[in-house]
Design a protein around this ligand. Sequence first.
Ligand code: AMP
Ligand code: MG
Length: 267
Amino acid sequence: MKDLRAPTDGKFKINRFDPNDTSAFDGKKEEAEQRLAGLRQELDGLQELFYADHRHALLMVLQGMDTAGKDGTIRHVFDGVNPQGVHVASFKVPTPAELDHDFLWRIHAKTPAKGHITIFNRSHYEDVLAVRVHNLVPQEEWEERFRAISEFERELVHEGTTILKFFLHIDKEEQKARLQARLDDPSKHWKFSEADLHERQYWPQYQVAYEDLISRTSSSWAPWYVIPSNHKWFRNWAVSKVLIDTLKGMKLEYPKSAVDLASVHIT
Ligand code: AMP
Ligand code: MG
């Protein structure tokens, strides 16, 4: 999965990553879906082992333009996984109480405990993204946040959290098609928001902000993965594969019992 990783030399170029790419499967959707079904079963087992092992925490950050599929990814990747060890934290426009604190306050409160997987549906990256595009704070302030984010993530990693950051990469045409689908299908009307049409006008500014934030915050200890997401089936498989490869790389083990089990007799 190396080629889905953004470079860590500060020179990420968004145009070098193709949102349509399905080359790992040569475009074969059925094959990818079969593999995903296998990965889900594997994930269910690995999640239990991860919980039992209890030495690591795992944080998955999901970012992407509106309609990129953050919700769909969570639903498909974690389908069939025991919900007890998996948490989702969604970050919306900050409330007045949240705005009265530093920007990481609400974020830190939701980071995973040992043995747990937490998925951030949007994240602290909105604070250098939506905030930047809409000039919600002065440039000096959001620039300073890059330092804060980097130190925050380093500290989490130091204390035992593995961080995986996913940018679900779609193009503007695909967003148009997905917004149109929300208009055409009555069961998707609830998802349609005029705010999304408004945000769409800022597409170029968001692309610049994403390119810059991924350049500045992709590191070996908290890498960004750029997931080609025009094809949902490829997106789901790719996220699942990165997650499972990461869990396998942890060499998880069931802990030894503190009790001498051979001496236990149940009457
Ligand atoms: P959704 O995830 O579609 O429900 O939309 C949530 C909205 O909240 C998006 O438009 C985000 O850009 C916005 N949002 C999330 N976090 C922040 C933040 N820290 N500052 C400003 N806007 C934010
Ligand atoms: Mg939305």
